[in-house]
Structures are given as structure tokens and as C-alpha cells.
Design a protein around this ligand. Structure first.
Ligand SMILES: [Zn+2]
Ligand SMILES: [Zn+2]
Length: 324
């Protein structure tokens, strides 16, 4: 499914079968998750994508061919391909174990063709073996929603009372990890979205309500996954002194101005960008141990536009996963 201009639908297309270069794997795609970031690319909110582009950065694939310099993977292995597709290894960030901020990073399904396809190639140095206990479709959301969620959760430190704004793909994984770690979850959804609130409670949230509501207790930290800037002052308002508000999305509408008093007393607002390979290794080991289950809605690859529309409308309970 090919994306060739912002604002237009993806179109079915036949591309040349990619040949793996020295460090690459060629994969037969088994499943590919549909992420909110894909919508930001389609809508032109993330600028400068490779065009034409194959979207998709939650790829589960089977190794079909290997480049001459590949280590650690064999023909027939099942592997996962995440958003981080390349780093230079030499910039100040890479040298400081912050490869998620690499000056020359390239991202899957954005600057590199991704997984809305029958086949793809990926640099093996950024691919991972996947826990066996997940089916192909179930494993897909681990690769972005799970990884970004995990990195966001880590940044909240040891916050015992955790607010989560926007209860979608990343939140449903983070909630389970946080419960496993003994934290309490306060889930905020679109006001009146009873279905999302029920889903949060099923996953062990202590409380679920609308983003306009005040939680029953002050939050030690909050993670905002919804792309809504107005949630930043709302989350600050709900947070205790010294609390941290983490913005987990790659794009957000403008944050409205708010009184300094909401930030006062050492409250912190910060974002989370991308992932490091260390995050991926940690999270992919932790997820099965913590009993994290993903709720997925498998759809045929040809229904990619429908999957994006349903995500945009907030109609999905669980993560849309395209299966070629
Ligand atoms: Zn770098
Ligand atoms: Zn993503």
C-alpha cells in the first residue's frame, strides 16, 4: 500500500522486490501494526517523508534473505522491526547512549520503506527477536506502542500513582506493565467515552474518567499519549508537587498558555522521543514476564485506509494490525 502525497489515500501498488544490502534482512511481512504516527504522516503533520513511501513501523516478519554482514539472524527467523531504523553511531547523542536523539537517525515507515507491504528490507542491527508467546499480530504493537510506552513509563521514575491520558495502543500496554510494577493507574479518555473507560478498568486501572475530570487522588506522574496540547495543563493540574508530565506522542496540537502556578513547585513537562535499542531489549524481555497481552484488530493489508480512518475516529478498541 503506497503513500504518495500528504492528504491522499494509500494506493495498492506493485514495487520491485527489494534485495537486502550487506546489513539488511529481507522479510516476508507477517503482520504490521497501524500507529498514530502513520496518521500524522498521512495528514502531513510530520513533514518530509520519503515519497513515495510504504508506511508501517511495527513490523513482524520472517527472514527470507540476508546480507553478507548480518549477524545474529538466520533464514526463517521471526523478527520485529521498530521505528528506529538507522543511527550514525558517531554523533554526540549516539556517543552518550542517547541514540534515540541521533542527529542522523532514520525511521522505518517514514524515511525508510516500512511494513504495509508483503515484503520489506530492514537493517538487521535494528531488528529484534520476538517473544514466542505472542502471535504475529499480537507481537506487532509491542514494536512501537509497547516500546514508546515503556520508555515513557521509565521516565516517570517510581511514580506510584500514574495518570494516563489517551487510552489507546500505548496506554493499554503501559497500564499492564505499571500494574505488574505495583503502580496505580488513573486513566483519562475523551469525555464520555465509556467504552475506553471500561477497557481501562478491565486492564486494571484504579480509576477511569474523562480528561476534564479531577482524579480522586493527586498524580505522582502523568503520561499523555493523546495528541491534544490542552491535556498538558490539565495533567499538570492533576499532578502533585514535583510531579512529571511526559508527552509520549511525536506530534501534538498547540499547548494553550496556562498560569505559571501549574508548573510551580518543581513540576516538570517533558517529551519522549523515539527509542534506543536498549529500550527494545529491556521491554521485549519484560513484556512476557509481566504477562502483557495486546488487544489487536487484525485487518487485511488492502484495508489499510479503513484501518487509518478507524484509528482517526477513535473507533478501535485495541490496535489495528494489517496482515498481508
Ligand atoms: Zn547519532
Ligand atoms: Zn508508532
Amino acid at each position: 500500500m503506497v503513500f504518495d502525497a500528504p492528504g491522499s489515500k494509500l494506493k495498492p501498488g506493485e514495487l520491485k522486490m527489494p534485495e537486502p544490502s550487506r546489513h539488511q534482512l529481507r522479510l516476508r511481512v507477517l503482520a504490521c501494526g497501524v500507529c498514530r504516527t502513520d496518521l500524522h504522516i498521512v495528514d502531513g503533520e510530520l513533514t518530509g517523508p520519503k515519497l513515495p513511501l510504504v508506511l508501517g513501523h511495527e513490523i513482524v516478519g520472517r527472514v527470507e534473505a540476508l546480507g553478507s554482514a548480518v549477524n545474529g539472524f538466520a533464514l526463517g527467523d521471526r523478527v520485529g522491526v521498530p521505528w528506529l531504523g538507522f543511527t550514525d553511531g558517531t554523533c554526540p547523542y549516539c556517543r552518550n547512549a542517547e541514540e534515540n536523539l541521533c542527529d542522523n537517525a532514520r525511521f522505518t515507515g517514514y524515511q525508510i520503506d516500512g511494513g504495509y507491504a508483503s515484503h520489506t528490507v530492514a537493517d538487521a542491527r535494528y531488528c529484534f527477536h520476538l517473544p514466542e508467546s505472542y502471535s504475529d499480530a499480537e507481537a506487532a504493537p509491542l514494536l512501537c506502542a509497547g516500546l514508546i510506552g515503556y520508555r515513557s513509563l521509565k521516565i516517570t521514575g517510581d511514580a506510584a500513582r500514574l495518570g494516563i491520558y489517551g487510552f489507546g495502543a500505548a496506554a493499554h500496554i503501559v497500564a499492564q506493565l505499571a500494574r505488574y510494577q505495583g503502580r496505580q493507574i488513573f486513566a483519562f479518555t475523551r469525555p464520555g467515552d465509556a467504552r475506553a473507560q471500561d477497557f481501562a478498568l478491565e486492564l486494571g486501572a484504579a480509576w477511569a474518567g474523562g480528561s476534564d475530570e479531577t482524579p480522586p487522588q493527586e498524580l505522582d506522574a502523568a503520561i499523555i499519549f493523546a495528541a491534544v496540547g490542552a491535556l498538558v495543563p490539565a495533567a499538570l493540574k492533576a499532578s502533585r508537587k514535583g510531579g512529571v508530565v511526559v508527552c509520549g506522542g511525536i506530534h501534538m496540537s498547540d499547548i494553550p498558555s496556562f498560569p505559571y502556578e501549574l508548573l510551580w513547585e518543581e513540576r516538570v513537562v517533558r517529551s519522549v522521543a523515539n527509542l534506543t535499542r536498549e529500550d527494545a531489549r529491556e521491554f521485549l524481555a519484560l513484556a512476557p514476564k509481566a504477562g502483557v497481552k495486546t488487544t489487536v484488530v487484525p485487518m487485511p493489508l488492502a484495508a489499510a485506509n479503513e484501518a487509518l480512518d478507524r484509528l482517526r475516529q477513535g473507533e478501535l478498541t485495541g490496535v489495528a494490525v494489517l496482515v498481508p
